[in-house]
Design a protein around this ligand. Structure first.
Ligand code: PGA
Length: 249
């Protein structure tokens, strides 16, 4: 049984001064959680506020994206050594919104995973089909998105299954049976890539809220939760982070 991983990407929300207040509020609300890992991924300018408030706490922080190269003439981009210097544990890559808005493909995303791992950080690689598909097609889709998996350091990797149709306002939340069936596919592929070592964790994201958190995190093959909108309130992230681990207890 893996240590559950529960976290949020704030996406493009919360200005740095609000980020400080968020982290200050969150910290005491989750300090009792010793059996799971909690993390926040603020936008780049708000990471220093997280560093300041969360250092020494049991909440880890990270970033929502990274450039594949370590330095150079890439105006507006942020590199892995910059994020490592800020003490980031996690770097999210390949979120649906980046694939959609910047046409990021699997090869570029793989280079970003490698950059994060080169600097000792854990890449959270997001996969998931853009529209509702029959099971066989959804399975094929996520396996294509994992095509570069064998190149990665399996010990510094988390895969987030986030079907785009289940993300955001008005989305259709994925059912637990569906989540379990796709997590089984991803988990199988991760076990294959890891060989005798521990496979990477697979977390679920898409319309996670306090009402569904416990059912989702208790699903076979679900090692944690990745939360968007609901976690813009620290007390709601704390609530989700306390989700009962029914199947594990
Ligand atoms: P949501 O976003 O929780 O707002 O649906 C999830 C995500 O994109 O990770």
């Amino acid at each position: 049984m893996k240590r559950p991983l529960i976290g949020t990407s704030w996406k493009m929300n919360l200005v740095p001064s609000r980020a400080e207040a968020y982290c200050t509020q969150l910290k005491p609300l989750v300090e009792d959680l010793h059996d799971r890992t909690v993390f926040v991924l603020p936008p780049f300018p708000a990471i220093p506020a997280a560093v300041q408030v969360l250092s020494g706490s049991n909440v880890l922080w990270g970033a929502q994206d990274v450039h594949p190269e370590d330095e150079g003439a890439h105006t507006g981009d942020v590199s892995a050594p910059m994020l490592a210097d800020l003490g980031c544990t996690f770097v999210e890559v390949g979120h649906h919104e980046r694939r959609r808005d910047y046409r990021e493909d699997d090869a570029l995303i793989a280079a970003k995973v490698a950059a994060a791992q080169r600097w000792g950080m854990t890449a959270i690689l997001c996969v998931g089909e853009a529209a509702r598909l029959p099971y066989g097609q959804a399975k094929a889709h996520v396996l294509v998105q994992l095509q570069f998996l064998d190149r990665f350091d399996q010990g510094k990797l988390v895969v987030a299954y986030e079907p785009a149709w289940a993300i955001g306002t008005g989305a259709e939340p994925a059912g637990v049976d569906w989540v379990a069936s796709i997590h089984a596919v991803i988990g199988g592929r991760l076990r294959e890539a890891a060989g005798p070592a521990d496979p990477a964790a697979v977390i679920y994201g898409g319309s996670v809220d306090p009402a569904r958190a416990s059912d989702l995190i208790s699903c076979p093959g679900v090692d944690g939760l990745f939360v968007g909108r609901a976690a813009l309130k620290p007390e709601v992230l704390a609530d989700i982070a306390h989700a009962r681990l029914a199947a594990r207890s």
